[in-house]
Design a protein around this ligand. Structure first.
Ligand code: 5GP
Ligand code: MG
Ligand code: MG
Length: 184
């Protein structure tokens, strides 16, 4: 599939599966089941985080519920500006709930830092983040991200939810794109 467009496989399907299981086991230990706050509430950011979100939820050994948000950060297709607009908001109130944001990738961290501030104003019982991927620039941000699947080099990646112009999300692995695809 997508023959010739993918320069290399950075993280294989099996590596993603194994790391997701580890993260789910670790994270579950921090959330007591049967708490008065209810089940852990996963918030996924459309569309990139969908694949990780559904695999992560199935790997979690505790009950969880799912909500989705869609945001658009102004900027080019390969970098974000930090100016964020909500395209689809949560359907439910998160006040008093234990919330875990499930992210695909943190690059500049601008999208996440905006999202954290926004969700905090809704008074959840707790607010944490798990991200599958993190790029080096993310060290500059103020958001404390405890759970990271993989730290990756500063390269544009696609697959497992991540797109270039809406393509390649359906690849089961994370790969780097041949620069020729985006005219590099
Ligand atoms: P940030 O605000 O942290 O710079 O960027 C977050 C968003 O930018 C991600 O949710 C993703 O949509 C997009 N993004 C950042 N780096 C990459 C990348 O390497 N590949 C793809 N496909 N999207 C990226
Ligand atoms: Mg994202
Ligand atoms: Mg994208």
């Amino acid at each position: 599939m997508y023959e010739g467009d993918i320069a290399s496989v950075l993280i294989s399907e099996e590596q993603i599966r194994a790391r997701t299981a580890e993260l789910a086991e670790d994270i579950a230990k921090r959330y007591p089941t049967g708490a008065p706050e209810g089940d852990l509430l996963l918030i996924g950011v459309l569309k990139g985080a969908v694949f990780f979100m559904t695999d992560f939820a199935r790997a979690l050994p505790i009950p969880s519920q799912m909500e989705f948000m869609a945001v658009s950060s102004y900027g080019s297709s390969t970098s974000s500006s930090g100016v964020v607009r909500i395209l689809k908001d949560l359907d439910k109130d998160i006040a008093g709930r234990h919330v875990l944001i499930v992210e695909d990738i943190i690059d500049s961290g601008l999208t996440l830092s905006w999202l954290m501030r926004n969700l905090k104003t809704r008074n959840p019982a707790s607010l944490e983040v798990v991200t599958l991927l993190r790029k080096p620039d993310a060290v500059k941000i103020d958001v404390d991200v405890r759970d990271v699947g993989f730290d990756i080099p500063n390269e544009f990646v696609v697959g497992y939810g991540l797109d270039y112009a809406e393509r390649y999300r359906d690849l089961p692995y994370i790969g780097t794109l041949d620069p020729e695809v985006y005219g590099g």
